[in-house]
Design a protein around this ligand. Sequence first.
Ligand SMILES: [Fe+2]
Ligand SMILES: [Fe+2]
Length: 189
Amino acid sequence: MSDKPFLTDVQELRRRARQHIQDGAVTEGYRGDRDTVIRILNEALATEIVCVLRYKRHYFMAQGIHADPIAAEFLTHANEEQGHADQIAGRIVQLGGSPNFNPEGMLTRSHSEYVEGQTLIDMIKEDLVAERVAIDSYTEMVRYIGENDITTRRMLEGILAVEEEHANDLSSFLADLDKDWKTRDRSAG
Ligand SMILES: [Fe+2]
Ligand SMILES: [Fe+2]
């Protein structure tokens, strides 16, 4: 048992909350390196925006007999990446930073690339590569943040789980297309 009465702890918490009130949600209990956390969140924001743009392009360009369900999935992913971008931008502001939406340098800040892809298969492959990059970089961010900023870590863990679902969706499409073509080759030959 601590020799400090519980009430004193509450008063101490209240006193600390009143100090540095301009820091908003960031209290003295925040253990993260705020500048670094904001910088990596801005890189994640750029990554998400590049992913929105790539999925949108793929949604509008998807053509062929298999295209409809795949295009619909591209659109769903685009919307989910937009949701991630919004969550991240909101957290950057909570941490006292400013979200970087400047198109200049967006691709340099982004971890994933913007590749247009010529065929449906190319598009799916490029998206899968980008998702795998996102999975790795979110995993690294979660590990880096550890116990130092629990809210940011939980947000990133939630996003990471969705990126894993995205990668899984795309690899099932690839497997289906592959199976379908093998069947058609056999019936043709
Ligand atoms: Fe995302
Ligand atoms: Fe994703």
